[in-house]
Design a protein around this ligand. Structure first.
Ligand code: TMP
Length: 207
């Protein structure tokens, strides 16, 4: 039996790392093996692409190149990690996936979503997450939280309007397919966010 595929998305400072651990624990309670991974990244080469995306050495990455790079990394990641794990019956929890491309490259950078959808069907085939949890936070609040942690990367250095477009991009996708998406308010204290995520997992996934 194919494993369950859960994706966690959200803007800067939404608290993804803490909540990934919560999802992992919830899935593991069923006794199945859980693979935790991330995008862009998840394989050695995809992690090198990630480094380019987060800090392009000469600042020359165009929106088109950026989109192709995230999908190049995704192709490597699906083939080497995600598809084999699911086929082996393991659950996979992934820190970002295709929705990030629609939100960041599509809504954020203005890349035509039909091009992103074409790349999705080429690279992902029929693979879709069983559940996408979107941690939603006001970008100004998220940025203030993230600034306490580390130096901003190439995406985090974008103007606030970019972060707001990304946020709206996620919310629009979640609205369009409520059966496969859940939006969780990430401004609440982390324990409350985790409790809400556990309810969402119970409601959407089969044991
Ligand atoms: P993160 O560690 O915050 O998840 O950093 C990854 C960055 O990569 C984040 O700013 C969003 C960006 N990204 C895209 O722009 N498109 C994508 O498809 C993915 C997966 C991530």
């Amino acid at each position: 039996m194919r494993g369950r595929f859960v994706v966690l998305e959200g803007g800067e400072g939404a608290g993804k790392s803490t909540q990934l651990a919560c999802i992992r624990e919830w899935l593991a309670a069923s006794g199945r093996e859980v693979v935790t991974t991330r995008e862009p990244g998840g394989t050695e080469t995809a992690e090198r692409i990630r480094a380019l995306l987060l800090d392009s050495p000469d600042g020359s990455i165009t929106p088109t190149a950026e989109t192709l790079l995230v999908f190049a990394a995704r192709s490597l990641h699906i083939d080497a990690v995600i598809a084999p794990a699911l086929a082996a019956g393991h659950d996979v929890v992934c820190d970002r996936f295709v929705d990030a491309s629609f939100a960041y490259q599509g809504a954020g950078r203005g890349v035509d979503p039909t091009r992103i959808a074409a790349l999705e069907s080429w690279v992902c085939g029929s693979l879709r997450p069983d559940l996408v949890i979107v941690l939603d936070i006001d970008p100004a609040e998220g940025r203030a939280r993230a600034a306490e942690r580390s130096a901003p990367d190439r995406f985090e250095r974008e103007a606030p309007a970019f972060a707001e477009r990304v946020r709206q991009g996620y919310l629009a996708r979640a609205r369009a397919e409520p059966g496969r998406y859940a939006v969780v308010d990430a401004a609440a204290p982390p324990e409350q966010v985790s409790a809400r995520i556990e309810r969402v997992l119970g409601d959407h996934l089969t044991p």
